[in-house]
Design a protein around this ligand. Structure first.
Ligand SMILES: *Cc1c(COP(=O)(O)O)cnc(C)c1O
Length: 363
């Protein structure tokens, strides 16, 4: 006994469990469990990363001048209002660190990103989960859950793990109906995939607000998950606060240059989006044909409901696919025991998943 005790809320923390990347016994696994890029990273980003390796002895640019400039140019936003982080996960945590006191409430939707309760609890925040409707964020339920203790609302739009989104008008309605002393975090990790016209990632809302933070990531469409690069955009006051509490050298130089190159590789971005659109159509059609129930998705993954029980359940399908080297995500801890989440793969991988699922259902 040393008598050394962590803060009480740290002791009760859940640990984030990532998608599996290996399967026992089988050789090479196909990992379709973490929403990683089907096309790999942008070749231009890889090239920039390798070239920058020669300066590993230098500290990175603490103000990420070039990365902010590239983002500013691409989205026509002020570089001073951009903050960069070790994945968007860091930005979510910076928001909690800046605005939460122990006992403050943090609202998010049921069936949403598992980092929200973890980030909230690591600063003593109290997670408040509200019901969704048909796998989609229900704005009214969020508004109803607001109390004097609410400090942050996390909204993943599109949402993970359901793949659904709410239109810009709904996000705006939410913002209009919450007090100005609550931070609305728009987590737009999958924004680059969305082609729906009534969708917005949050830039316009940030520009007319003082309490909205949009977060984005290079981990999904840009295929740079290993480099851990995310960014946020907010009014100058919020951006300055978050920037003041991050570590000065949080984003490595190799990551910064790869990010800049990825933003400029428009050809890769367009190819990734087109591949995703075509794959979503193919997979959704095929899954429905075999009697499974894919939730309509605008992202690079599909949540699939398995109506069967026992040897035709989602759990059994998960085991069946794992044995054949295909790793999907079964999420019983999120209340989704009858579902598997499938990340879009290459065309060959998508066809093979469909073939295996047919075999599973017919066996
Ligand atoms: C993947 C994901 C993120 C981002 O992750 P980072 O790799 O930390 O940038 C954020 N939010 C949601 C909803 C995600 O699915």
């Amino acid at each position: 006994m040393t008598g050394l005790e962590p803060r009480p809320w740290i002791k009760k923390l859940d640990v984030y469990v990532g998608g599996k990347s290996q399967v026992e016994g089988s050789g090479k696994a196909v990992k379709l469990s973490s929403n990683e890029s089907a096309l790999g990273p942008s070749p231009m980003a890889v090239q920039a990363y390798l070239a920058e390796a020669k300066t590993l002895h230098r500290y990175p640019d603490a103000s990420y001048h070039d990365l902010r400039a590239a983002l500013s140019e691409k989205y026509d936003i002020e570089p001073e209002q951009i903050i960069c982080g070790i994945g968007s996960d860091e930005i979510l945590k910076l928001a909690c660190r800046a605005y939460l006191a122990p006992g403050d409430e943090v609202i998010f939707s049921r069936h949403s990103f598992m980092m929200y309760p973890i980030a909230a609890k690591s600063f003593g925040g109290v997670p408040v989960e509200v019901d969704d409707t048909d796998y989609t964020t229900n704005v009214d339920n969020i508004i109803k859950a607001v109390t004097d203790r609410t400090r942050i609302i996390f909204l993943a739009n599109p949402n993970n793990p359901t793949g659904t989104y709410i239109p810009a008008a709904e996000v705006e309605r939410l913002w209009r109906n919450i007090p100005g002393d609550i931070l609305l975090v728009l987590d737009s990790a999958y924004a680059e995939f969305v082609t729906a016209e009534d969708y917005q990632a949050g830039i316009a809302l940030v520009q007319k607000s003082r309490n909205v933070l949009m977060t984005r990531t290079f981990s999904k469409l840009y295929g740079l998950a290993a480099l851990r690069l995310g960014w946020g955009y907010a009014c100058p006051e919020i951006a300055t606060i978050l920037d003041s509490i991050r570590d000065p050298f949080n984003v490595p130089s190799v990551t910064q240059v790869a990010g800049v190159a990825a933003l400029k590789d428009v050809e890769f971005e367009d190819a990734a989006r087109a591949h995703n659109r075509a794959s979503l159509d193919f997979l959704t059609t095929e899954l429905k044909k075999m009697g499974l129930e894919p939730i309509p998705s605008v992202t690079n993954f599909i949540l699939i409901r398995f109506p069967g029980n026992g040897d035709k359940s989602a759990e059994a399908a998960n085991d069946f696919l794992l044995k054949r080297g295909y790793i999907l995500r079964w999420l019983p801890q999120s209340g989704l025991g009858s579902y598997l989440r499938l990340t879009i793969g290459t065309s060959a991988q998508n066809r093979e998943v469909i073939r295996l699922l047919k075999e599973f259902l017919e066996q």
